[in-house]
Design a protein around this ligand. Structure first.
Ligand code: GLU
Length: 504
């Protein structure tokens, strides 16, 4: 029988959750939704040295903002598999139990080597030109472990609580084969795999042991994670095999990396010229915060849409998808193996698409306080009309003011390029006539302005619309000119033309 779909997002609280991590969470979420399964948040905090204060809270807040909430896990309510923090799960004794089982069956062993001894081994191997020095089937024979020491010595060392770790006993030369949903069959020779530490000397499990124990205990059906975990997968396969749990092993899916815009390497939070975190993140070890997508003005729906298309495609040219739509379409078959280039300009475009989906009233509700702060009080109808016009020109709501402030403030400067190119000695006379014509318009609205303008052209010849725009707004471009003039109003438009003409 197929297992019920239960997937987990299992970050370590070692810093803010970056966009790659959110993408992993998203693909897990979508897969769970598609199959009516469970999505779990498990905090993998067994490495106390890398623990960063605030990271866990940040992860929970980020998933909430993105609207991809787990239905079980830290910060999201408990299911039958609680607790969901590995440091708390250690108290259940499960990691020790599984490690003991591996030792008892001869697939793991105690290693008593000190830091100095490990260091000396590394140096010896480097001197012998070994490319990747590691503790493995060959080198372990010269180290202090339960495979090389006499049985009673081992017993004494363990009983006297001498510092030791538990390592996986990886065979010397064996093919390890496994299937990855995204990558297909992967074969690795065990000579490439080191004898990974399973339990550390402080009794804490490493990631390798802990995630396997938890995936089994929590009945996880698919382990969906970043590509950086692919090299460890062969060791994981051996652990499942030695525990006799291969048939209960979750299916594996390793997601492709998200690459820099130029396709070179993984996105680096320090070098990126675009947000890397969903929410602003202040790392307690650093002075300046990293600005988040939220604070940069992105809608969470846009952010999620952007992430969904980094490594996955729907098989059509369609690009705009809600989370609900994605959950219907998502499939690992359409996740590719190669890295996905991130395009920051395209990201802005996505935000613009979502901004355009907002109603004019929603945008006006956002913009009214901004306007008030600038000292302008306008009625709802006016602000709605303003937003309706200006929204075509912006990618973010915070650009409304910059893009449309001339509606509220008369210009003091006139676009130099346009003026230099188009303003002729006879222009003044021409626009004086346009002014006179506009003055006769009774009911000032788009249709009457248009008619009046055409009548003026019939009488006076071609009138440059861009020049008219610059006289009234100061800037060279913007929404439809007559719409703008209607919004600005008759007397204000006339005043502005008059002022401009007096200066030119
Ligand atoms: N704790 C690991 C991480 O931080 C999780 C890897 C996995 O999903 O197995 O990426």
């Amino acid at each position: 029988m197929e297992k019920r779909v239960r997937v987990r997002f299992a970050p370590s609280p070692t810093g803010g959750l970056h966009m790659g991590g959110v993408r992993t969470a998203l693909f897990n979420y979508l897969f769970a939704k598609k199959h009516g399964g469970d999505f779990i948040l498990r905090i993998e905090d067994t490495d106390q040295n890398r623990f960063v204060k605030g990271a866990e809270e940040y992860i929970v807040a980020a998933l909430k903002w993105c609207g991809i909430e787990p239905n079980e896990g830290v910060g999201f309510g408990n299911g039958i598999h609680q607790p969901y923090r590995q440091s708390e799960r250690k108290e259940l004794g499960i990691y020790q139990k599984y490690a003991d089982k591996l030792v008892a069956s001869g697939h793991a062993y105690y290693a008593f080597d000190t830091e100095e001894e490990l260091d000396a081994m590394r140096k010896r191997l480097e001197a012998a030109k070994v490319a990747a020095p590691q503790y493995n089937a060959v080198t372990r024979q010269n180290m202090r472990n339960s495979l090389t020491l006499a049985e009673d010595e081992v017993k004494n060392l363990v009983e006297s609580k001498t510092k030791h770790v538990v390592r996986l006993k990886v065979p010397r030369n064996e093919e390890i084969r496994f299937n990855d949903i995204i990558r297909g069959w992967v074969t690795v020779n065990s000579s490439q795999v080191d004898d990974k530490v399973l339990l550390k000397s402080d009794g804490m499990p490493t990631y390798h042991l802990a995630h396997i124990v938890d995936d089994i205990e929590m009945e996880i059906s698919h382990a969906v994670r970043g590509e950086e975990w692919l090299p460890s997968a062969p060791a994981h396969i051996l652990i499942y095999r030695y525990l006799g749990l291969e048939d209960q092993m979750p299916k594996l899916a390793h997601l492709p990396l998200i690459l820099n815009p130029d396709g070179n390497g993984k996105i680096s939070k320090r070098e990126a010229r675009f947000p890397v975190f969903p929410l602003s993140w202040q790392d307690p070890r650093e002075t300046a915060p990293y600005i988040g997508y939220k604070e940069a003005g992105y809608y969470p729906e846009a952010f999620i849409n952007i992430l969904a298309l980094l490594g996955w495609n729907p098989g059509t040219n369609e690009e705009i998808f809600s989370v609900a739509e994605l959950a219907k379409l998502f499939d690992f078959e359409r996740v590719h193996k190669s890295g996905a280039k991130f395009d920051p300009e395209k990201a802005k475009w996505f935000n613009q698409q979502y901004l355009r989906k907002k109603t004019d009233q929603e945008l006006a509700d956002y913009f009214k306080p901004v306007l008030q702060e600038k000292g302008y009080n306008r009625d709802n109808e006016f602000v709605v009309s303003f937003c309706k016009l200006v929204k075509e020109k912006v990618q973010f709501v915070h650009e409304f003011w910059e893009q449309g402030k001339y509606v509220f403030e008369s210009p003091t400067l006139y676009d130099e390029k346009v003026m230099a190119k188009k303003w002729k000695p006879e222009s003044k006379t021409l626009f004086t006539s346009v002014y006179a014509k506009f003055k006769t318009v009774k009911e000032w609205k788009v249709e009457t302005i248009t008619t009046s303008f055409h009548e003026a052209e019939a009488e006076l010849g071609k009138i440059d619309m861009q020049l008219l725009r610059v006289l009234v707004t100061g800037v060279a471009g913007g929404p439809q000119l007559f719409d703008m003039l209607a919004l600005i109003g008759k007397s204000e438009t006339l005043n502005r033309i008059e002022t401009a003409l007096s200066k030119l």
